[in-house]
Design a protein around this ligand. Structure first.
Ligand code: HEM
Ligand SMILES: *[C@@H]1O[C@H](CO)[C@@H](O)[C@H](O)[C@H]1NC(C)=O
Length: 321
């Protein structure tokens, strides 16, 4: 049909000029058939040595993808005019970056200059989620790595621990994630830790009345200083019952006024989000399904084009031309 043909041409031209690269399943099936297996095996080995690496891969994906694009910009170090995103306050507490290099080295020794760091971040998060007992997520690949840091826009992109729920929902909506998806993604706080600097506002001078009083006492013992040294290793685990499992315990905890961050607490107090909290607290499979769906959307945020990006040889530095 002629009109159909015209539409196809139109879509092709649109695609050509939109400047976005197309992600696809098994993008490396010919250029590096073992890419996904190499990432997976390295993630498993690292997890066995340092379980919290899996937690880190999950947060790294969020902090990479939420800021403009999943383009591994977060991995760049400060050098040659680049100011690393790692110095941003929003990225405080992020860890295990050195093991990104371990994964990249494994990829480079099989397939030099082939697999992007942005895909590495996405695939490591996917495999880390499985190690944490979360769902398996079918993820596309084909992302390119940025040649610049997005440090200047981080504060406008990544919500803060005490932002309002309306603001948080708006930020997630801007990357195509709805209310239900936002509630599900915050379930990532079912694993890992929070440093005292992000908690003391809720503890001093008086404890936030929306916190369970016994839990507030516990947190004060974990965080005894109202004005903690940001460099001090003072923190609390997010989920005391199952700290290394990506399960719906997070929703049960926040329903019991045992959420650590103000954003966590607001999921319960806000009438727009609280019905989903109830559903996720009641059904772990439902949580996993919604989490997988929203994480996939997050992982596909705004991939940069081949012309705009590159495949970095070392995830910490842009390539020399
Ligand atoms: C409104 C949105 C969010 C805010 C304000 C937020 C904020 C935070 C803060 C303040 C911490 C503690 C950092 C520290 O003190 O070390 C944290 C930890 C963490 N966040 Fe989020 N987060 C949000 C959403 C997400 C999402 C969507 C994910 C992943 C899908 C995620 C994954 C994690 C993980 C895994 C940790 C633990 C990191 C570790 O233990 O090393 N967060 N988050
Ligand atoms: C949120 O926390 C930051 C410190 O992490 C603080 O500077 C800011 O004033 C707080 N904002 C509100 C609205 O409390």
């Amino acid at each position: 049909m002629a009109s159909h043909k015209l539409l196809c041409i139109f879509l092709f031209v649109l695609h050509f000029y939109s400047g976005h690269s197309e992600l696809q399943l098994n993008y490396y099936s010919e250029s590096c058939p073992n890419a996904e297996e190499i990432v997976k095996q390295t993630v498993i080995t690292l997890y066995k040595e340092h379980g919290n690496t899996a937690v880190s891969w999950l947060r790294t994906l969020f902090h990479d993808c939420m800021v403009k694009s999943c383009d591994a910009s977060i991995l760049l170090e400060s050098i040659n005019g680049i100011q690393s995103e790692k110095i941003s306050k929003r990225n405080m507490g992020m860890r295990n970056f050195k093991y990104i290099n371990t994964i990249k080295d494994a990829l480079e020794s099989s397939c030099p200059m082939t697999v992007s760091c942005a895909d590495l971040v996405a695939l490591a998060a996917r495999d880390g989620i499985v190690m944490l007992g979360g769902p398996h997520i079918e993820m596309k690949t084909g992302r390119k790595d940025s040649k610049e840091s997005h440090l200047a826009i981080i504060d406008a992109m990544l919500p803060n621990h005490n932002d309002s729920m309306l603001y948080v929902l708006d930020r997630f909506q801007s990357v195509g994630i709805d209310v239900e998806g936002t509630v599900a993604l915050l379930g990532a706080h079912s694993v890992g830790r929070v440093h005292c600097i992000n908690l003391v506002d809720r503890l001093y001078p008086t404890a936030d009345p929306t916190l369970d009083p016994n839990f507030a006492e516990y947190l004060k013992r974990r965080c005894p200083h109202p004005d903690p040294n940001p460099l001090a290793v003072e923190y609390s685990r997010s989920d005391l019952q199952t700290p290394m499992i990506l399960d719906n315990m997070y929703y049960k905890n926040i329903k019991n006024n045992k959420g650590l961050l103000i954003v966590d607490q607001q999921l319960v107090s806000n009438p727009i989000t609280s019905p989903y909290v109830d559903k996720m607290a009641a059904d772990n499979d439902y949580f996993h399904d919604q989490f997988a769906k929203a994480l996939l959307t997050l992982s596909e945020n705004n991939p940069i084009s081949e012309e705009e990006g590159e495949v970095r040889k070392d995830c910490r530095f842009v390539n020399h031309n």
